[in-house]
Every structure is written in C-alpha cells, then in structure tokens.
Design a protein around this ligand. Structure first.
Ligand SMILES: Cc1cc2nc3c(=O)[nH]c(=O)nc-3n(C[C@H](O)[C@H](O)[C@H](O)COP(=O)(O)O)c2cc1C
Length: 187
C-alpha cells in the first residue's frame, strides 16, 4: 500500500498550515487505499541550506539533513500543504525541498493551497519545482480561500465542497504513486 506524506509547508508561529494539514489528514484517513502521515517541517529544525554538496550527490554531512532524508525516503507520494507568501510557496517549504533530491524522484504529488485566492500562484510555482525533482504532480488541487474557508482569516471552516476536492486530489496522487513504483528502486 502506498505511503503518502501530508507535509505542513509553513513553520510560522500561529500558522494556519497546521490546521489545514490535520483537516486533510482526517479526510484521508477515511480511506483504505493508502497510508497517510503528517510530516511537519518544523520538527526537523532545518537551517537555510547548509550542505556543501548539491542534494543530487546524496552526500549529506549534517544530522538534520540525514534525518529529513530518512523520513522523506519512506514515502511513495506527497501532499504539499502550502501557503502563499508573495505569490510563491513559503521559504521554509522551498528550503526543505532543496535539501533532498533522490528522495523525491519518481513519486507523485498533490497540493492543498490556502491564501487569499487558494494559493494558486504558489502551487504553479511548486509545479515548476516538481518537474526539476522528477515528481509527477497531479491536476486536481485543493484551493482554500482565507475569505470563504476560514473565519477571521485564522479559523479553518472549509466549505462543504472542499472535502470532495480533497478526495479527487487524493485519488490521483494514490494512482500515480502506485503506478510509479515500477520505476523506483525497491526500499
Ligand atoms: C510574508 C507573507 C506574504 C503573503 N503573501 C500572500 C500572497 O501573495 N497571496 C496570498 O493570497 N496571501 C498572502 N499572504 C497571506 C497568507 O497566505 C496567509 O497568511 C496564510 O495563512 C499563511 O500561511 P500560514 O499561516 O500557515 O503561515 C501572505 C502572508 C505572509 C506572512
């Protein structure tokens, strides 16, 4: 069975991202076609990228990089829960992505964006990054608006239709995570 990480893409104190990721996890856990785990970047205390060699080398020197690598390596697919900061994803998420390379390759990804307009620009930005990492990013995505899916821009109250949009996105991520297993090295 595919293992899918739900990655919290924000590390800011008071972040909305944590509630969004837990909401996605609750919906995902209704399913029996994959296993899901929340991965909080904040738990890994990643500094700004401090490895001397590029991630494609796989030659990691720092304990935080090795711990992050070991965790991400265990997954077959990813749900990136991303805010939008100045029309891009968060610097914390971009930095965490940049630390690794092979751990992302030949896996699938979907996106749950939240912001004034569902973080659509941040997700477009992430899709370009995924191509470089050989990640197959699915079409379906979840767009949560701070105006209509939150109260006071801080309390998550998603519109009813959003649950279906999560399942639509999960359907595609699980399909592609499984399909791509044939070209991944066995774990
Ligand atoms: C530095 C910064 C820049 C932001 N820029 C945008 C933006 O360009 N577009 C948008 O829709 N929301 C923007 N926002 C609003 C965030 O998407 C919103 O505050 C969201 O809750 C941030 O995620 P977080 O609470 O998990 O950190 C910005 C917020 C911050 C802190």
């Amino acid at each position: 069975m595919s293992r899918i990480a739900i990655i919290i893409g924000s590390t800011r104190p008071g972040r909305n991202g944590k509630a969004v990721a837990h909401w996605v996890y609750e919906i995902a856990n209704q399913r029996s076609d994959a296993e899901f785990e929340i991965v909080d970047i904040a738990d890994y205390d990643l500094p700004l990228l401090d490895e001397p060699k590029g991630a494609a080398s796989g030659e990691y020197t720092k304990p935080h990089t090795k711990a992050w690598s070991q965790k991400i390596d265990t997954f077959d697919g990813f749900i990136f829960v991303t805010p939008e900061y100045n029309h891009a994803t968060s610097p914390a998420l971009k930095n965490a992505i940049d630390f690794l390379y092979k751990e992302w390759n030949n896996k699938a990804a979907g996106f749950v964006g939240y912001g004034a307009t569902g973080a659509t620009t941040a997700v477009e930005n992430l899709r370009m990054i995924m191509a470089e990492l050989k990640v197959a990013d699915v079409r379906a995505q979840v767009r949560l608006s701070l105006f209509t899916d939150f109260e006071n821009f801080s309390e998550l109250k998603p519109a009813a239709f959003q649950e279906k949009s999560v399942h639509d996105m999960l359907d595609q991520v699980i399909n592609w995570s499984s399909a791509l297993s044939v070209i991944r090295e066995p774990k």
